[in-house]
Design a protein around this ligand. Structure first.
Ligand SMILES: NC(=O)c1ccc[n+]([C@@H]2O[C@H](COP(=O)([O-])OP(=O)(O)OC[C@H]3O[C@@H](n4cnc5c(N)ncnc54)[C@H](OP(=O)(O)O)[C@@H]3O)[C@@H](O)[C@H]2O)c1
Length: 322
């Protein structure tokens, strides 16, 4: 599958070389650039152990050394995100844009990732004027591993670390399996699945350093079998399964992982196959992006978060289906 992919886009290859990276931010607050604290080093230097020993040891570790809570508490107090940095993919519209507002409003520095550079710059300007936020813009395609790697590197260079990652970029194409084209299939698979993996892989070492939070945007479609677009649904089942597995893998190193599952949200979603959802649904009939963003902000501001999964379904969702 990888071999048959088209050559990387010009934007993506330029991004990899750093040409298109743009800092559109403004100094608002002191950004910690210091290296790992003593407690961070304690975490990193834990030796490899057998699974049983590791589980026992990690529980014991939690009992007497809550250093990951301390690391988080240094940056997140009273539900604010002062002195934290968040990276959001799909930040040029919809849920990602609303999330950038919700996190910047709470004090976070933000990195905005998507393909449409002008749209990202417009979002960055709004964040600066409305919240005095520091924002950087990284345009690129999340289907390319270089996009996530360059974005994470840019964030760490600029802000000194990474506390919150929102894997939000995602698309739906077509529906019927029998008539689905290869392009529709690969577009969903590469964006929703590969993109989430590349981002998570690049971000995890930094989230461990900061006892950070990974939020994956799933979907109602990834929780219940339904007839509409099985391939899109499967990418969201994958995203949820991946997120919970990552939680199991790094939860004892202080990293919180949350999945947020909306049903219909009034965004640009669906525009390739007809009217975007923001036009297809009247205000008040389904979820607004700001509500999803508030759920993501809830997960991002928890100390020692146990928000594993947050569902946001329109009120009559089950009345229609069952
Ligand atoms: N709207 C819904 O009803 C709904 C329901 C459940 C879950 N979701 C999920 O919510 C997430 C956000 O969607 P949305 O509703 O906010 O739709 P949206 O307004 O269409 O936003 C999608 C975002 O993803 C970005 N994106 C798409 N392909 C990309 C790529 N290859 N590389 C980089 N960025 C890419 C888009 O930016 P560029 O075009 O600028 O690249 C855009 O910022 C998706 O994962 C979607 O599956 C949506």
């Amino acid at each position: 599958m990888f071999k048959s992919r088209p050559a990387r886009s010009l934007a993506a290859s330029n991004l990899a070389s750093g040409e298109y990276l743009q800092v559109a931010g403004f100094e608002r607050r002191e950004v910690a650039r210091s290296g790992a604290s003593t407690s961070d080093r304690v975490f990193k230097s834990r030796p490899a152990r057998s699974l049983a020993a590791s589980n026992l040891a990690s529980n014991a570790h939690r009992a007497f050394d809550a250093s990951f809570y301390t690391r988080r508490r240094r940056r997140r107090t009273m539900g604010t995100l002062d002195n934290t940095t968040a990276l959001i993919t799909g930040a040029s519209s919809g849920i990602g844009e609303a999330t950038a507002h919700a996190l910047a409003e709470r004090g976070a520095n933000v990195a905005l990732v998507a393909r449409r550079r002008e749209a990202l710059e417009a979002v960055a300007k709004k964040l600066e004027s409305e919240y005095d936020a520091a924002a950087i813009v990284v345009d690129g395609d999340v289907r390319e591993r270089s996009t996530s790697e360059a974005a994470v590197e840019a964030v760490v260079d600029r802000f000194g670390g990474l506390d919150i990652v929102v894997a939000n970029a995602g698309v739906g194409r077509g529906s019927d399996v029998e008539t689905m084209t290869d392009e529709e299939y690969f577009t969903m698979q590469e964006t929703n699945v590969d993109g989430t993996f590349f981002l998570t892989r690049a971000a995890l070492p930094h989230l461990k350093e900061r006892a950070g939070t990974l939020v994956v945007v799933g979907s109602f479609a990834g929780e219940f079998p339904r007839s509409f677009n099985p391939v899109y649904a499967a990418t969201k089942w994958w995203a949820r399964g991946f997120a919970h597995g990552v939680a199991a893998q790094v939860g004892d190193e202080g990293v919180a992982v949350s999945v947020v599952n909306p049903s219909e949200v009034r965004t640009e979603f669906g525009s390739e196959d007809g009217d975007p959802f923001e036009e297809r649904f009247e205000p008040g009939t389904v979820t607004e992006p700001s509500e999803v963003a508030e759920a993501i902000a809830f997960a991002a501001t928890r100390e020692g978060s146990s928000a594993q999964e947050i569902d946001l379904y329109r009120r009559d969702k089950f009345a229609e289906s069952f």
